[in-house]
Design a protein around this ligand. Structure first.
Ligand SMILES: [Mg+2]
Length: 219
């Protein structure tokens, strides 16, 4: 079953450990609500918490951007604000995927970076973890795609672009709902890694990564 011909990889939480940035991201959301939507600090914190957004890792945690979208907040404005305030200096290189690890994936099939983050932040993150942009055949950011509601649309677009069938496509990410579910629904394969370093486990445990099963999970 050596048939993987396209690999799509997520950035936030996949290439680097998000845990170090969650508190900072939460503070950014609070500051944004105070500055542009006249929230008092306590109200902003409570509103976010009530909507499952926390300054720490939690099983029921939800996306701040999705929440803001549901409140009709101008998402381009929020994106530019969070780009400026993105805590990339907090990213710890030692807990991130290395170029060597990614090279092993790029040797198997074209490796596309697909992210909901902004293009400028992609450059910041890759620079911070010491990974060259050239490792990816393509970098696709949601901001350039008119805010598609899900990654599924973009995954399908990539399959067409690379002329591959779903069963020849592997999605690698850190969240089942965002990175695995849409790919499996399309008929493709998915690998969920709860820590960036777990990519090594996957690469070591499997003789040929192209033999990977429909769905694998490293927690
Ligand atoms: Mg992610």
């Amino acid at each position: 079953m050596k048939n993987i011909r396209l690999i799509i990889i997520d950035m936030d939480g996949t290439l680097y450990d998000m845990a170090d940035l969650i508190a900072d991201g939460f503070d950014t959301a609070v500051a944004y609500m105070m500055e542009f939507y006249e929230f008092e600090k306590e109200d902003a914190i409570k509103t976010l918490n009530d909507n499952h957004i926390y300054p720490y890792v939690a099983a029921d945690a939800r996306s701040t951007t999705q929440f803001f979208l549901s409140r009709f907040i101008d998402i381009y404005h929020w994106d530019s604000y969070r780009s400026v305030h993105f805590g990339y200096p907090l990213i710890v290189k030692e807990k991130a995927m290395t170029e060597e690890m990614l090279k092993k994936l790029a040797d198997i099939a074209p490796l596309v970076l697909l992210t909901n983050n902004t293009r400028i932040n992609v450059s910041h993150v890759l620079n911070q973890i010491g990974v060259s942009e050239d490792i990816f055949t393509e970098i696709m950011c949601n901001e350039n795609e008119n805010k598609s509601p899900t990654k599924a649309v973009l995954m399908e677009k990539l399959m067409k672009e690379y002329d591959v069938r779903p069963e020849e496509t592997l999605s690698i990410g850190d969240r089942f709902d965002v990175d695995a579910k849409p790919m499996i629904m399309l008929g493709g394969k998915a690998l969920i890694l709860k820590k960036p370093q777990y990519l090594n486990k996957f690469l070591q445990e499997i003789e040929d990564p192209r033999d990977c099963e429909e769905y694998q999970y490293y927690d």
